[in-house]
Design a protein around this ligand. Structure first.
Ligand code: FAD
Length: 406
């Protein structure tokens, strides 16, 4: 393909553009974004940025000079509205029409909103975009009592920041445990104990039925499904995201909770690919196609797609990995632990440093590491290979994990 148009100027879209130049693509590359400014990284939004440790400009992934030198044409704050597959064009909100030979959809995901009444009151925040984080950060000075809806990664990272800043913080979670099915029970228990030791309170098996305003019109209370009224001058809602697959679906591409792609990241139209948070892709580690929300997945799929477009006939198979920083815990996960039926602990959770090896039968699905980065780095190399330690080996602390590396 000569003219490549990429819709979505986030982590995945930018990576695809950069990697296309690395593999020698010389034709025009246009990166279409719907947010102002340069492409930026999201992970610090719920961590260092909120704590004031890095400025907004420190979030940018690449400089304007870099984009110019790479001939990556950024059309920012101009969302793609219509995809005409027959004519192979994309129309932007400004009316600009772009012709493509190959189209990449890297549209990411958007926050899932709460339906509870009062959800639009001032003081109720979400955390997906730089604008969301700036609005939230601006409120951190004047508030004292925070309610977090959802004990997922975003909610917990925010709860850790709120505790650092001296807030009284309550986390309301519909499920009986935190982090849903994303981590093993051992890790979930450890994360919970850390938050509780820092003063955060959890209400499990609860939702928010409604929010109530105070005299100033701002949120003052979150009333739970069982009728508890939690006082709050700040609410953070982190109840998951929805894939941005509307443009794809409206043009007749296959979608199923995201844009469906094959092992080469092609959609049901061979001239269109999808990558990152918006894509549902098969993976050798999973029985079912997956939509993965992580920086690693966005970057690796962006790189992979560039190689495929340059002619490589390779199936996408990069090992998924993920991290989260919360209140002194660096949690790192290598592999896909969903469906594990037994675990082996290496290290003592009491010491604050341990790893959980998650097996299904004899197969090592993944490794969770808490403040054991060397275990994580090793696991990224042996999970999914025949070299991975078997159950008995994993539990033997005297065995150095380095012996399982390729
Ligand atoms: P995005 O980064 O969402 O980029 C997609 C872009 O496309 C967006 O700018 C979107 O607005 C734009 N777009 C959508 N539709 C259109 C359209 N029609 N026209 C033009 N543009 C459009 N992952 C980790 O691995 N570790 C972490 O610690 C971590 N922390 C996170 C913390 C926060 C607060 C958030 C929000 C996410 C975090 N993630 C983390 C997840 C990670 O940031 C995402 O998985 C990653 O950004 C996905 O990249 P993407 O390019 O697919 O999507």
């Amino acid at each position: 393909p000569d003219r490549i148009v990429i819709v979505g100027a986030g982590q995945a879209g930018l990576q695809a553009a950069v990697s296309l130049r690395e593999v020698g693509h010389s034709g025009p590359i246009t990166l279409i974004g719907d947010e102002p400014g340069l492409p930026y990284q999201r992970p610090p939004l719920s961590k260092a940025f909120l704590l004031g440790k890095i400025p907004a400009s420190g979030l940018d992934l690449r400089s304007p000079d870099f984009l110019a030198a790479q001939r990556i044409d950024l059309a920012g704050a101009d969302p793609a509205l219509v995809l005409d597959r027959a004519g192979k064009t994309v129309r932007l909100a400004s009316g600009r029409e772009l012709a493509y030979d190959h189209l990449v959809l890297a549209t990411g995901a958007r926050r899932r909103e709460l339906a509870a009444s009062g959800s639009n009151l001032p003081g109720i925040h979400y955390l997906r975009s730089r604008a969301d984080a700036e609005a939230l950060k601006a409120r951190l000075g004047g508030a004292e009592r925070a309610v977090v809806v959802g004990a997922g990664f975003i909610g917990l990272e925010f709860a850790a920041v709120a505790a650092d800043l001296g807030f009284a913080c309550t986390v309301v979670e519909a499920a009986p445990v935190l982090l849903g099915r994303a981590v093993s029970r051992a890790t979930a228990d450890h994360v919970r104990a850390m938050h509780e030791a820092r003063g955060t309170r959890f209400l499990f098996g609860e939702g928010v039925a409604r929010f109530e305003a105070g005299a100033d019109g701002r949120v003052a209370k979150a009333v739970t499904s069982s009728g508890d009224a939690l006082e709050a001058d700040l609410v953070l809602v982190g109840v998951g995201v929805i894939a941005n697959d509307g443009l794809a679906a409206e043009s007749g591409l296959a979608t199923d909770g995201g844009i469906v792609v094959d092992r080469r990241l092609r959609t049901s139209d061979p001239d269109i690919s999808a990558i990152g948070d918006c894509a549902v892709a098969p993976h050798p580690q999973s029985e079912r196609p997956l939509r993965i929300e992580s920086v690693q997945n966005a970057i690796d799929q962006g790189r992979h797609l560039a190689r495929v477009l340059a002619g490589a006939d390779e199936a996408y198979a990069a090992l998924p990995w993920f991290w989260s920083d919360q209140g002194g815990i660096k949690l790192q996960i290598a592999g896909l632990i969903h469906g594990h039926d037994r675990t082996v602990l290496r290290g003592d959770p009491q010491s604050g440093r341990f790893s959980v090896f998650c097996y299904r039968g004899t197969r090592l699905l993944g490794v969770e590491s808490v403040n054991r980065p060397a275990d994580h780095m090793a696991a990224r190399r042996f999970v999914g290979t025949s070299l991975a330690p078997v159950f008995a080996e994993a539990s033997d602390e005297s065995l150095d994990l380095k012996r399982f590396l390729p």
